[in-house]
Design a protein around this ligand. Sequence first.
Ligand code: ADP
Ligand code: MG
Length: 693
Amino acid sequence: MVVPGLAKGKPTTGLAQHWLDGTTGAVSEVEKDPLGQPVAALPGIGGERAARLAKLGIRTVGDLLWHGPRRYEDRNRPNEAKGLSKGDTGTVAGPIVVAGVKRMRHGKSLFELILDDGTARLHCRWWNMPYMGRYYKTGDFVHVHGKLTSDKPRTMNHPEAEVAEEGEEFIHLKRVVPVYRLTDGIKQRWLRTVMWRAVDQFADLEPDTNLGLLDADDSHWLPLAEAFRAVHFPDDLGQTEMARERLALEEFIRFQRQIRERRKIFQAKVKALPCVGDNRLMTPFLNALGFTFTGAQQRAWDEIAYGMAGSYPMRRLLQGDVGSGKTAVAACAALRAIESGFSVVILAPTEILAEQHHRVFSHWFSPLGIPVHLHTGSKKTMHINDPDQAELGMGSNSLPPLVIGTHALVEEKFALENIGLAIIDEQHKFGVEQRKKLVRKGRYPHVLVMTATPIPRTLGLTVYGDLDISLIDELPPGRGQVRTHIRDPESLPKVWEFVRGKLAEGRQAYVVYPRVDDQGSGSLKAVNQELENVRQQLEPHAVGLLHGRLNSAEKEEVIDSFLAGEIKTLLATSVIEVGIDIPNATIMLIENADRFGLAQLHQLRGRIGRGAHESHCILVAGEVTDEGQRRLDVMEKGGDGFALAEEDLRQRGPGELLGQAQSGLPDFNFGDLIKDWRLIQKARDLVALEPAG
Ligand code: ADP
Ligand code: MG
């Protein structure tokens, strides 16, 4: 069979030659599942190349189509040969004035052609490829692309070269050419030829069933085949973005549909544990709470209550900026489950946070007769794995318990009868796998995932695409303002003076350094080394020390004294990053602030501004990188968590931002999680419109 694309333009390098030599291979499986066949089924791709392509994520013929270029080179307008000097890369076009093979010593050979584009002569050389002489003859009009290795004479070694022939298209030259991501043993020109062929032969075979769906959209969308052509071998650069968007949208639509199917299957096969409740615990809880819900909290709780009463298990993400009051809403959810006869687990990312939850929930729930237990790596208030003890876990009025724990709950052979609701706090610290493990502990309990690090819209719509979302977008009233100041280390004396003043007024402070111990470099402050200095600076006010290497009894003691007001300042590492809620603390002083990520800084700042007093976040940094400065600027502007999260995503990329959760991150070839949130939203809307199949 004739292989279109191959006849076009003459291959010149050894790699292309290899490709040419392989073209006699069979293409017989094509009929069955042309796009699903392994790339090795294509002529010219042997086992070794196939293995190397697999490293690029290319396994099937279809994968080739979906492997987009990293960038493009416009080789339409040749450079003037005269204008190129040693080290420059460029394209030159002109007739061949001299061509021939020289035999060298030791059986080596050199093929050289000289082209003249009217401005200067250019020598092109290929070693040990004597067959080149068959393809390039004096008088042919040739395009070459490469790097000048010498000025006198102007020379390119092994440039890419193609000859124009009647009615034939260029692949590598005289056009906008794609430049692909490569890996060891895969060369650009070889891959481009493979791509050319794949697009030519297979682009029309990719099912384009969503085009009809896209009619519902105002914008004009290309058919898939056209999009593949335009994205790989565009006629001009202007086409590429539109084509990329079409392919990205296709990816997002397919992804959304997968989510929908997964949910449908889940919802069809799994029955919910009915949690309707009768308010016998809820009413006294709300009466004793001491505040009324904000509108946003009430809305979130209504959505959760509706979900828990539904016919399939709730899967819901509760998003809200730090301090927006997610805990009280989660408490309602817990009460609803307990009222309905089910136990509840709360999973926290750190022991400190688990203990704080234990304190808060004990305070709220114990008066109602609900047993509240703690289960962390170092502390277990109930032996849950022991069936007899588990019985003891029930309250005297036989209310099922609330168990609060860290990942110890997930990792150990923890078993609790009758879990009706799993609450996962600060989700971004947990991986998707851990979430699954926990959920498997029960008979499909309802799941409420809470996060205070706002997830940028795109990620919310993808990673958490299978969760419903409730948003608390309002802070409780009566909160003092939080002001953010950036200072350099020279102003530290004034900063300490300011902090002393606030402590004298009765407020409390956090001081945060990046390290526990100085590792000798001295460039980053460490709490152990700075403790004495901080104590002196803040005399006579007591300073406590908190970091991750303390054991949990030590941690608890420090936090308790801080809560009781015996310690006025907590000198800490970022262990206090999440969740700690101490309204009288109004100062957050962070040194080496540029060394923290945006999400971390935002979380740290979220520890203050929880009471009625005005709060101050002071970021101290010396010489900083541009990125570090950008983070500090974003912080100084204030900015709600969402603005921050999006900036963070831009700076660090989705994998970094999500930490372990990245294992749940879908891999898009054309879709871009940073800039495509409109497309993701569109895909979601379009799929929602689709009649359920
Ligand atoms: P986060 O959303 O960061 O988990 P919390 O649930 O810790 O926030 O709430 C922060 C503080 O605000 C807590 O002290 C909590 O008791 C208080 N709070 C929550 N909701 C309200 C409200 N509606 N009115 C007043 N204070 C509230
Ligand atoms: Mg919280």
